[in-house]
Design a protein around this ligand. Structure first.
Ligand SMILES: *[C@@H]1O[C@H](CO)[C@@H](O)[C@H](O)[C@H]1NC(C)=O
Ligand SMILES: *[C@@H]1O[C@H](CO)[C@@H](O)[C@H](O)[C@H]1NC(C)=O
Ligand SMILES: *[C@@H]1O[C@H](CO)[C@@H](O)[C@H](O)[C@H]1NC(C)=O
Ligand SMILES: *[C@@H]1O[C@H](CO)[C@@H](O)[C@H](O)[C@H]1NC(C)=O
Ligand SMILES: *[C@@H]1O[C@H](CO)[C@@H](O)[C@H](O)[C@H]1NC(C)=O
Ligand SMILES: *[C@@H]1O[C@H](CO)[C@@H](O)[C@H](O)[C@H]1NC(C)=O
Length: 501
């Protein structure tokens, strides 16, 4: 635009504009120049806001680092100053934590390493949450994590150059850019979008040593192993989503922002390079010539090369100073082959190509995942349908069985009732019969008694008759015997009435 404008104005005016531009450039360069501040003195939370003073527009990209217990180290201090130069050049706010901020509760490290590794997700989480609480237009959009042992070699390269293009919908959900080497994921430098997903990821990383304590006993790394497990392991709770969450993060080339000072971490004989202080011969020139590590000079995709943004001294802790010092000096020397302003244009092209390919792959993967998801859903639906049908059939059978049981029960009750009635009737009849029998017996008895009484009466009557006859006969034969006859007569009259009772 500017060049276009210059072409159309008169030559004298163009010279004036150029002069003005030169002046502004000189002024900006001057103010943006290295400002060695005392802000990095341990004991104070440090926010590098040096860009504010320059009036330069603040970038929507920020940096976060934990330097707990490390600021006393001269090389770390100077490495952070290389970041400060980079920040000033591009307008990055840089949050640097200087204290450990987690308790022993989360530390089960068998090697008893410092807890700084867990302060990292805690601090990063706090900053992302704070950004999310701001109005969207004021927020940082991306945050780059940098371990304290990273050194900016090329301050000219902006962090924005690596981010996925904002106009791609397929890439709009990519929230994490991370690099990998022979050890798997490397969490020493990564870019994290200020997004709710990032909050979840960091919460999971922070919770990992608590919920996965047995794993941490065996893990080779700390937060790095947590990232590895959560992002790549099928058992991870974060994998329980379509695509196992693989649409959320992308492995990017290591040399974009996480180059290493070694081509191989192990010599051919198995000796670990960071078990040794660096020698002059090992001080990599940043070319395709690599020092003899026994691997035949093949250049690995993480080896630092001239023009790379950052070199990261991962794993060098015991011999860190010997490895870092010459590199720090090289960075401070501001050499043109390292602090190369042209690199960013090449990177821009490389990143555009990379994201184009990634986007294409992601579209394919998402489509595949969608089909898989749909098939899964369909299978689930069919399974549910089948289960429902089976249940219905079972219910029906059960209902029929219950109905049968009910009918049987009813029949049984009916039978029982009928039996009861029959029994009662029988009992009644029996009772009646018994009563009749009893009555008959009584009648019979009475008859017998009557007969007996009648017999007795007949007998008595006969006796009376006989007696009367006798008296009559006697009287007849002997009228003088009248008195005796009268007394006999009285006796025979009394007898029948008492016997009839
Ligand atoms: C996104 O922007 C880039 C560069 O500005 C352009 O090349 C590309 O075609 C755009 N893509 C879409 C989907 O608009
Ligand atoms: C392995 O090789 C390196 C480099 O050549 C050498 O310095 C080191 O002493 C060797 N270690 C063993 C155990 O041979
Ligand atoms: C590395 O060098 C330092 C300082 O010279 C020394 O104290 C240390 O013991 C050396 N370490 C190894 C592994 O050689
Ligand atoms: C680095 O450069 C120096 C001098 O230019 C050379 O002596 C040395 O062998 C180079 N080292 C490597 C590893 O290429
Ligand atoms: C800067 O990088 C470009 C692109 O890689 C390269 O062509 C150029 O030679 C480099 N400049 C210096 C001074 O090394
Ligand atoms: C009177 O009658 C009784 C009995 O029949 C008889 O024994 C008795 O001799 C009679 N007496 C007289 C005086 O006839």
């Amino acid at each position: 635009m500017l060049i276009h404008g210059i072409h159309r104005t008169k030559p004298a005016k163009a010279v004036l504009v150029l002069l003005l531009l030169c002046f502004v450039w000189a002024w900006l360069s001057n103010v943006q120049g290295v400002r060695l501040t005392d802000d990095l003195i341990p004991g104070r939370h440090h926010v590098d806001k040096s860009t504010k003073h320059t009036g330069k527009l603040r970038s929507r990209v920020g940096k976060v680092t934990v330097a707990a217990n490390k600021l006393a180290s001269d090389v770390i201090h100077r490495a952070l100053l290389s970041h400060e130069r980079h920040n000033a050049r591009h307008g990055y706010v840089h949050y640097i934590a200087e204290h450990q901020a987690v308790s022993g509760l989360i530390e089960h490290d068998r090697l008893h390493r410092a807890k700084g590794a867990w302060t990292k997700p805690a601090y990063l989480l706090s900053i992302i949450v704070a950004e999310l609480e701001k109005p969207e237009e004021e927020r940082l959009e991306w945050i780059y994590w940098f371990d304290a042992d990273t050194l900016v070699m090329n301050t000219e390269t902006p962090l924005e150059v690596f981010l996925p293009p904002a106009n791609s919908s397929a890439l709009s959900e990519v929230d994490l850019l991370i690099t990998t080497n022979w050890d798997g994921l490397n969490s020493g430098v990564f870019a994290l979008r200020v997004s709710p997903w990032s909050v979840s990821l960091l919460s999971a990383v922070l919770a990992y040593p608590i919920y996965e304590a047995p794993r941490t006993q065996k893990d080779r790394f700390r937060d790095q192993s947590a990232f590895q497990f959560l992002l790549e392991n099928g058992e991870s709770p974060l994998a329980n989503v379509p695509m196992k969450g693989r649409d959320r993060w992308v492995k990017v080339p290591m040399r974009w922002f996480n180059s290493l000072p070694v081509n191989n971490a192990f010599f051919k004989n198995g000796t670990w390079i960071f078990g040794k202080n660096m020698t002059k011969a090992m001080f990599d020139n940043g070319t395709t010539e690599v020092f003899d590590d026994g691997h035949g000079g093949k250049v690995n995709p993480w080896k630092v090369m001239q023009g790379d943004l950052v070199v990261h001294f991962a794993g060098s802790s015991n011999v860190r100073d010997s490895w870092m010092e010459p590199w720090v000096e090289r960075a401070e020397a501001n050499l043109p082959e390292w602090n190369n302003a042209t690199t960013k244009y090449l990177l821009k092209e490389e990143a555009a190509e990379f994201w184009k390919k990634t986007e294409e792959q992601l579209v394919i993967d998402k489509a595949k995942s969608k089909i898989e998801e749909e098939q899964k859903k369909k299978a689930q639906k069919e399974r549910e349908k089948k289960e429902k049908k089976e249940k219905e059939e079972k219910d029906k059978a059960e209902k029929e069985r219950l109905e049968q049981v009910r009918i049987e029960k009813e029949q049984k009750a009916k039978d029982a009732a009928e039996k009861k009635i029959a029994t009662a009737e029988k009992k009644r009849l029996d009772a009646e019969n018994k009563a009749i029998q009893k009555h008959d017996k009584k009648l019979a008895k009475e008859k017998v008694q009557e007969q007996k009484a009648s017999a007795r009466a007949q007998k008595a009557a006969l006796a009376k008759q006989t007696a009367t006859q006798l008296i009559t006969d006697t009287a007849r034969s002997h009228p003088a015997n009248k008195t005796a006859v009268a007394s006999v007569s009285t006796a025979t009259q009394l007898t029948p009435s008492s016997a009839s009772r």
